[in-house]
Design a binder for this molecule. Structure first.
Ligand SMILES: Nc1ncnc2c1ncn2[C@@H]1O[C@H](COP(=O)(O)OP(=O)(O)OP(=O)(O)O)[C@@H](O)[C@H]1O
Ligand SMILES: [Mg+2]
Length: 387
């Protein structure tokens, strides 16, 4: 390895391992590449794996000649270094279909044949190095993102879980004061106490909502075929008292079956139908329709099921149609309509977990429409072999 390059420069330069014996051709490659990259010339193929594991080169060029079984080394690199393996280029004589097949089967990213077109060779090597570096960066970034997400989820769960206990105490003592010492409180004191109780109930609702939100991934269930019509019927039967109380009319059309987490489907439609009931106009009884939209034309690669939940309630200005899916986002005052502002954030997380989407259409005073799009079939999960 050349030693006349400073260590910081070396750290930035890409590292290439040329494995194929000390031939004039390899020496010429070395001379060409050394201007831009740090190059290690492995004279014997026997040490290539050791060198690769010690230096983690960005690219390794392997010869498929008798004196260096590059195909074997390439296959071993794939297995042993796996995600950290370098881009692998096979070098062999004139085009040979069998060697091309064997190279890619062994995990090579590219092949170069003799006689070498030097300009093309230079560009191909630079491209492969850039591609490999970008892949590694992306892989590291995805790993960091996954870790941060997990930490955030754990944090949310622990915080909301631990907040329950002091809150229980606040509620319990407030209730004890009401029961036992109410007579010693003056009017003002009784009002303060009521406000403490109200705030505690609200906080309980927020904690429950955050816990529900964080459990969407931690306590997720298997995707199985779920009949959405049945789900919406169950939701309506759960909400029967409120529906009767508001004299609401609800119609459900046949919605179809999708592969989904059944409990989460219930949570999704429970939030949407419950909102449609809650945000109803004061002078007209709620009229709620749940119906499917025809599949988009052309149908696209994955079939999807589109369901609309439509109401004739107070609606909202269309400029808020994205904002309302954010956590704690509420458009209407707490005194008029109680709630935590978590319901639609839960809906969004559920549909996104299922590879779908949710959107809203409305204008103030004109009712609202929520459109849920869910894939009919879920993608098969890739096995984590070798990970
Ligand atoms: N069908 C609807 N008609 C009009 N406004 C709606 C409707 N659904 C939701 N909204 C608006 O979007 C906001 C967010 O809804 P979301 O369901 O997330 O929270 P919430 O109903 O206030 O509380 P909760 O967490 O208890 O569901 C609501 O506060 C309301 O302003
Ligand atoms: Mg809601």
């Amino acid at each position: 390895m050349p030693t006349d390059i400073s260590s910081s420069e070396q750290a930035n330069r890409s590292l290439i391992l040329l494995a194929g014996g000390n031939t004039p051709q390899l020496r010429q490659m070395h001379a060409l590449l050394a201007a831009e990259h740090t190059v290690i010339l492995a004279e014997s193929c026997a040490y290539v794996m050791e060198l690769a594991a010690a230096h983690f080169p960005d690219l390794i060029l392997l010869s498929a000649r008798n004196d260096c079984d590059g195909l074997y080394v390439c296959e071993k690199l794939q297995k042993n270094l796996f995600k950290k393996r370098p881009a692998a280029v096979m070098l062999f004589g004139p085009e040979d279909d069998e060697l091309i097949d064997l190279s890619f089967a062994a995990g090579a990213d590219e092949y170069i044949t003799e006689p070498i077109h030097w300009k093309l060779f230079h560009y191909r090597i630079s491209f492969l190095i850039q591609k490999r570096r970008a892949e590694l960066e992306l892989h590291e970034f995805a790993g960091r993102l996954e870790r941060t997400n997990r930490e955030l989820q754990d944090f949310t769960y622990v915080v909301s879980h631990d907040l329950q206990e002091p809150l229980h105490l606040i509620r319990a003592f407030a209730e004890r004061i009401t029961r036992k010492s109410n007579s010693v409180l003056d009017e003002q004191g009784a009002v303060y106490l009521q406000r403490i109780e109200k705030a505690a109930v609200r906080m309980q609702g927020l904690i429950d909502g955050i816990l529900q939100y964080s459990r969407l991934t931690t306590q997720a269930r298997e995707f199985i075929p779920v009949d959405l019509t049945g789900v919406v019927r169950d939701v309506i039967s759960d909400l029967e008292v409120r529906i009767d109380g508001k004299k609401a009319k609800i119609s459900i059309a046949e919605l179809g079956t999708v592969e989904a987490d059944p409990l989460q489907m219930r949570q999704l439609f429970q939030n949407l139908v419950s909102n449609a009931l809650k945000y109803s106009a004061c002078d007209v009884p709620p009229c709620i329709e749940v119906y499917p939209l025809p599949p988009p034309v052309p149908a696209g690669r994955r079939a999807s099921c589109r369901v609309v939940v439509k109401d004739n309630g107070i609606g909202f200005d269309s400029c808020f149609q994205e904002q309302i899916f954010g956590m704690f986002q509420r458009l209407h005052g707490r005194d008029e309509y109680n709630g935590t502002g978590i319901g639609l954030a839960i809906c969004k997380k559920i549909v996104e977990r299922h590879g779908g989407s949710i959107s809203a259409r409305s204008s103030a005073g004109q009712g609202a429409e929520f459109i849920v799009v869910l894939p009919v079939r879920q993608k098969k999960k890739k096995s984590k072999a070798g990970a």
